[in-house]
Design a protein around this ligand. Structure first.
Ligand SMILES: [Zn+2]
Length: 389
């Protein structure tokens, strides 16, 4: 459950994440990103965080409206399915569903209801973009979006790839079937479909990124990200060089971001506000294990061993709430914590953990105890004592 109050305390956790990994000097340069644009949602976010309102039994249009007011856009999309034909034709409903789909990066399906809202003369709400502004954004995204390149399906698990033909793509494409199998192994046969958007120039990627997420990532030169429904990556960095010339590194980074996308999509509303930073990154690194075993993990151990003689360990609070800011590299510590958590069950713990945390309204500590049998404190202590003697 989110107990943080005030927009200032929310923004960083939501906006950042994921870039510290690159500060390990010994790693090859490449892509890790992971904006978290859930945040700068709206004028009311502050009140909502403060109240963390008690659940009220609502249904139908009341629930749809209530979820919209509380920025629960995944729930809004779900509620919409139960509305009647008449309700779906209401101008405000048309706008709200369009806005929600766009917030959750489904710009394709946002367009039709938005056009209905406009045709019915809907003007919008104070503090929200007008319907015409939203439509402009959708049109821009359609213009910037590369063509559908492949649609890879394994059982119910699916990756749609939007990309132009380019050499960078060929090597990634060859790995994607393995990504699907890794997703099934970790999240089960019903892992949600994710759309991948690959760009051949940094400028095109950047334009799409900013239009889709409406927010800067932590670093202007970040090279990819995973979020609700989507993975976005560029083949060229800011300097025009190929991102990830080391193939294991490149494929691992994309798989890492795919994990963020899967976790976010499975968990739904408030994922980035609820999940502790170390866990979000630790799970993503663990999914990428088949590649990171060669590129990242050996450096992680070395890094922690070196840190332990120079400085105090990061606190649990820092690992949970401010993982991504500050100058220290905390990915190695997060990876180590996650390793201890997964000792018994490995990646099969991913799905039950997210489901349990959702059930407990974001109490990840209780969920971890429930599915792994370990407390977060013991996982943290085990990590510290492994290196800080
Ligand atoms: Zn990450």
């Amino acid at each position: 459950m989110s107990t943080r109050v005030g927009i200032a305390s929310i923004l960083p956790a939501s906006l950042v994440a994921g870039t510290a990994l690159l500060s390990v000097a010994t790693l090859p340069s490449g892509a890790e990103v992971n904006e978290h644009p859930s945040s700068k949602d709206s004028p009311f976010i502050q009140e909502w965080r403060q109240s963390d309102a008690a659940p009220v039994a609502l249904s139908g249009l009341d629930k749809f409206d209530d979820d919209f007011r509380h920025f629960k856009y995944v729930s809004v999309i779900d509620d919409y399915k139960d509305l009647s034909k008449q309700e779906k034709a209401m101008p405000s409903v048309c706008y709200n569903i369009a806005f929600s789909r766009l917030r959750k990066h489904d710009f394709v399906n946002a367009e039709a209801p938005l056009r209905s809202a406009i045709a019915r003369g809907f003007k919008g709400y104070d503090g929200y973009p007008t319907p015409a502004q939203l439509l402009q954004r959708i049109e821009k995204l359609k213009r910037l979006c590369p063509p559908l390149k492949s649609d890879i399906i394994s059982g119910a698990v699916r990756i749609k790839v939007f990309s132009r033909e380019m050499p960078w793509y060929a090597s990634v494409n060859a790995e994607l079937p393995k990504f699907l199998e890794r997703a099934k192994e970790s999240f089960g046969d019903s892992a949600p479909p994710i759309s991948f958007y690959f760009f051949d120039t940094f400028a095109d990627y950047r334009a799409f990124f900013l239009t889709l997420f409406e927010v800067e990532g932590e670093r202007k030169n970040q090279e990819g990200t995973g979020n609700y429904n989507v993975v976005v990556f560029t083949a060229k960095n800011e300097k025009g060089e190929d991102t990830g010339t080391d193939l294991n590194f490149k494929h691992g980074c994309i798989l890492h971001e795919y994990c963020h996308a899967l976790c976010n999509t499975i968990y739904g509303d408030n994922y980035l506000d609820h999940i502790p930073g170390w866990l979000d990154e630790g799970l993503a690194d663990e999914l990428a294990r088949p590649y990171f075993t060669k590129t990242h993990f050996p450096y992680y151990k070395k890094y922690l061993a070196e840190s332990s003689v120079k400085e105090r360990p990061p606190s649990l609070e820092e690992m949970s709430k401010t993982m991504h800011y500050g100058s220290k590299d905390r990915y190695p510590f997060a990876h180590e914590m996650t390793d201890h958590m997964l000792e018994e069950r490995g990646v099969t713990l991913f799905r039950p953990l997210l489901t349990k945390a959702r059930e407990l309204n974001g109490d990840f500590a209780a969920a971890i105890k429930d599915v792994s049998g370990k407390t977060v404190d013991s996982i943290y202590e085990q990590t510290v004592s492994g290196f800080w003697k």
